[in-house]
Design a protein around this ligand. Structure first.
Ligand code: WT7
Length: 647
């Protein structure tokens, strides 16, 4: 067995951090033995209009899954993220915006944010948006994305942010599912020097989805885009016609705050629904303790607001804590591979939170682009989105952090709302590749295939035994799917979909998804979604998609495709199918490898044996397991003989 290197808490951290190991242990113990007491106290970190009298009211019984926190309290998220800070930090910078072009930046104080959000809220009201209405946000990484989210929260509208990299079809599906009649977009996006036709995509999506009566267009590049009279309005023009004064709507703790679509192992993406009080308390407490955020710190999370990381750790958690949060429009390698580190030096960033795929890509570019920058402001590094391999962890620690900065490897999901398993920088000894220990209120359980929790060091499926305030409440419009997906495999527990190992120190090591979800460069995709895009092509008869190990992306997409009779495999068709999937779903879903296969391995009942397809994609031919139950075992020989080299 290889010995795992352990990194102690640096002395400087033991002194400055909010929590050390003793306080972590004591608070953790209290949080799981007395959740009502613990969370009742912690919930006071936000302002309540009407105080709650009940704290936890949750049930994982599959006949009655119901999750409520602080249910009789009322509050407003925008009030907590903005208004309540005005008296003490109105002139403090809330958002530092760094544009795609290094010459473009902006600083927005809490006072300015208040005015902007109120104005945007009045624009939405002027277009008829009311409490409970769904508003779709399809914007690039510009301050208006955060402003639009907070404007929805201010008036009690439910936002559904759709990542700007998604295709018109994907956007249309989300607009339709949410029954959203208002879409907020930009003329164009700008990333890595390239333009993204957001308004054109939104137009196509609105036509497909129907029911869209307003498109608010924020000007980003000033490109001339068609504007449909009566439906489309430029934000800057309509903003001039409304006031910058808009009171906060009083919201119940369990009123919806947002929907965010995410991929599962089957079917269309699910609308994960998060609510108001518990979500804000949970993102606030995790942002404070995991990142050890102190007043005056400059904090940067590189995620896109189109993903949950952007919601919880660019916008809601940091702003609830009165932080200065940096929002970056660009990409890690534009104009050069030094960009991240230059931004850190330019804005004196103290806390930096990014994804393993970015770290691996930059690691490949060598140490020089990092070493030419100072990074002396950095104190803490974070990782999120997929397992970080120990080599990338070590490089991040040694080269980026100059051996000085702890790394918090934070495990969580769209569904969990906030971080569940993570080191705390002043409390936790680190092991590269391990997300370490549970956060307050989180009881991880590793279960065997029969669903029995296993004690001590072990490996199995990761479940969570009981609810925490940031947990999703339902699948929008489909509570039954919520129950089926998360509470039926292992009755009485929340099933994460991840595999996990627990070591002799009680540390957790996430081993990756155990369902048909793949994680490509930190982006979550259902293999079924890519398959259904492929079979929608007129020349494709059948498709099976699996993940395979990819040096930079973590997992790549490997697609086995059977053509309609009469169609011949060719390089042109391969390229055509890749382009087709990009168009159907978006660039993040482009297959890395397409293998044409005359037949797929199926059981006699017609079920595709993905286990075999995974092994072939992973190049593990010696280990295909029992193929004798296949309807036609010879298809496997063809698949092995024609395996495509992966890039
Ligand atoms: C899946 C959730 C959490 C926000 C971004 C992704 C994987 C996430 C880690 C980590 C190992 C991780 C899991 C999880 N994952 N963080 N630190 N170590 N795996 O959110 O798109 O909902 O994806 O990402 O497989 O289930 P998401």
């Amino acid at each position: 067995m290889t010995t795992v290197k352990v990194y102690d808490v640096p002395g400087e951290w033991a002194n400055r951090a909010f929590l050390n190991d003793d306080t972590y242990q004591a608070m953790y113990h209290r949080s799981v033995t007395d959740p009502n007491g613990f969370w009742g106290e912690q919930a006071r970190r936000i302002d309540w209009f009407k105080p709650f009298t009940k704290v936890k009211n949750t049930s994982y019984d599959p006949h009655n899954v119901s999750i409520k926190w602080f249910e009789d309290g009322t509050t407003n998220v925008a009030h907590n993220c903005i208004d309540r800070h005005l008296a003490t930090r109105g002139d403090q910078v809330a958002i530092i915006w760094e544009g795609d072009d290094p010459k473009d930046d902006r600083k927005i104080t809490y006072k300015e944010l208040h005015a902007e959000v109120s104005r945007f809220a009045n624009v939405l009201k002027a277009r008829g948006v009311k409490k409970g209405d769904r508003v779709t946000i399809y914007l690039p990484m510009i301050p208006e994305a955060a402003v639009a989210m907070l404007a929805c929260a201010r008036i009690g509208a439910v936002h559904s942010v759709v990542f700007g990299g998604f295709s018109p079809d994907s956007l249309a599906g989300r607009i339709e599912d949410a029954k959203s009649s208002v879409v907020i977009t930009a003329d164009e996006g700008l990333r890595g020097g390239r333009k993204v036709p957001l308004k054109a995509n939104a137009d196509a999506a609105a036509t497909r989805a129907g029911g869209v009566d307003t498109i608010v267009v924020v000007r980003r590049t000033n490109a001339a885009v068609p504007m449909q009279a009566g439906r489309d309005v430029y934000y800057d023009e309509i903003a001039k016609t409304v006031s910058a004064d808009c009171p906060c709507e009083e919201m119940g703790a369990e009123d919806p705050l947002f929907i965010l679509y995410t991929s599962g192992s089957t079917g269309r993406p699910k609308g994960v629904l998060h609510t108001t009080g518990g979500y804000l308390v949970y993102t606030s407490i995790t942002h404070q303790y995991v990142f050890d955020y102190h007043d005056g710190d400059i904090y940067w999370c590189t995620a896109d607001v189109g993903w949950v990381t952007g919601h919880s750790y660019i916008v809601y958690g940091p702003l609830a804590n009165g932080a200065t949060t940096l929002m970056f429009e660009g990409v890690p390698n534009y104009p050069s591979n030094s960009r991240f580190w230059e931004v850190i030096d330019k804005h004196k960033v103290n806390i930096f939170y990014t994804a393993p795929t970015a770290i691996r890509a930059l690691m490949q570019a060598g140490d020089a682009p990092v070493k030419k920058t100072s990074r002396e402001s950095l104190r803490l590094l974070g990782s999120v989105g997929e397992p970080i391999n120990p080599e990338a962890w070590e490089w991040y620690h040694r080269v980026v952090g100059d051996d000085r900065c702890p790394i918090v490897d934070t495990w969580w999901q769209t569904e969990t709302g906030g971080i569940l398993i993570t080191p705390l920088p002043g409390a936790t000894k680190l092991k590269p590749g391990s997300a370490t220990r549970p956060f307050f209120g989180v009881v991880p359980q590793i279960v065997d295939p029969a669903g029995n929790p296993i004690e001590g060091p072990c490996e199995g499926s990761l479940c969570i035994a009981d609810s925490w305030p940031g947990q999703m409440r339902t699948v929008y419009g489909d509570h039954e799917r919520f129950v089926q997906t998360y509470f039926s495999t292992y009755v009485g527990r929340y099933f994460t979909g991840d595999g996990c190992r627990r070591d002799e120190d009680g540390y957790y090591w996430i081993t990756g998804r155990v369902d048909d979800v793949i994680n490509v460069a930190g982006h979550r995709l259902g293999t079924a979604e890519v398959e259904s895009a492929l079979v929608a092509h007129p020349k494709v008869s059948e498709a099976a998609v699996v993940g395979y190990p990819h040096d930079i992306k973590g997992q790549g997409i490997y697609a086995y495709v059977t053509l309609m009779s009469g169609q011949q495999p060719s390089e042109e068709l391969r390229a055509e199918l890749v382009a087709w999937v990009r168009k159907e779903i978006g660039p993040i879903a482009s297959p890395d490898v397409i293998q044409f296969a005359p037949g797929l391995p199926k059981t006699r009942s017609g079920k595709i044996m993905r286990r075999i397809l995974r092994k072939i994609a992973e190049n593990e031919f010696g280990n295909l397991g029992d193929t004798s139950t296949l309807a036609d075992p010879t298809v496997v020989d063809d698949l092995v003989n024609n395996r495509q080299a992966s890039q």
